[in-house]
Design a protein around this ligand. Structure first.
Ligand SMILES: Cc1cc2nc3c(=O)[nH]c(=O)nc-3n(C[C@H](O)[C@H](O)[C@H](O)COP(=O)(O)OP(=O)(O)OC[C@H]3O[C@@H](n4cnc5c(N)ncnc54)[C@H](O)[C@@H]3O)c2cc1C
Length: 168
């Protein structure tokens, strides 16, 4: 009899534990769904600040608050390395008639950059500055997911960073 009771008790403990785990997982899943369904936020008002941002070069371009034109060819949201690289590339491509207006591309595109805080003040201004890569580790990792040829291309692209940055 005692053995049966003990067996029932341990079954109840196991079931309770399973129910608790499922309930915790479900709460996390619901929170995740809610986060996915919410639109992207604007950045927080008081971000952390790397000390080198206190003495940033070209402070005059950090807070450019101009009148927002009514029309633009391209509007870029965010002025970090992603936005800046997109703008630079678009200007470079303007020789290829980026406006598509058939004028041979002589006219530079009208680009507006919208930045919630200061120009280039996000992760791009705060990072550690590492541009090194580790091809010996990266290649074998990438080869598994991308295949040999694409892994080679990615690693070569990473290895060009230093030269490109110096040129820039
Ligand atoms: C602490 C730290 C250390 C790092 N160290 C390294 C490193 O050593 N080497 C390395 O290669 N990478 C590093 N990284 C990663 C690297 O810095 C980022 O991957 C890269 O800078 C991201 O650039 P981004 O342009 O996509 O984003 P960001 O530079 O963050 O730019 C996004 C911009 O968009 C603006 N923005 C966002 N939402 C809106 C909105 N709704 N309206 C208007 N503006 C908006 C933001 O204010 C911000 O200026 C580091 C990152 C951090 C945070």
């Amino acid at each position: 009899m005692g053995g049966v009771i003990s067996s029932i008790q341990s079954s109840i403990t196991a079931i309770t534990s399973v129910i608790r785990t499922i309930s915790t997982l479900n709460a996390k899943y619901q929170a995740l769904l809610q986060r996915i369904e919410t639109g992207p936020f604007t950045p927080v008002d008081n971000p952390t600040e790397s000390y080198w941002m206190r003495d940033a070069p070209f402070p005059e371009i950090g807070d450019v608050i101009g009148e927002i034109p009514e029309e633009a060819d391209v509007v870029v949201v965010g002025s970090g390395i992603t936005g800046a690289a997109a703008v630079k590339t678009l200007y470079e491509l303007s020789g290829d008639d980026v406006n598509g207006d058939g004028d041979g591309g002589k006219k530079a595109p009208r680009i507006v950059v919208l930045e919630a805080r200061q120009l280039c003040s996000g992760a791009t201004a705060r990072n550690g500055g590492h541009i090194k890569c580790t091809p010996h580790e990266e290649f074998s990792r990438l080869r598994k997911t991308l295949g040999e040829e694409r892994a080679r291309k990615v690693v070569r692209m990473q290895m060009r960073h230093l030269d490109v940055l110096k040129k820039l």
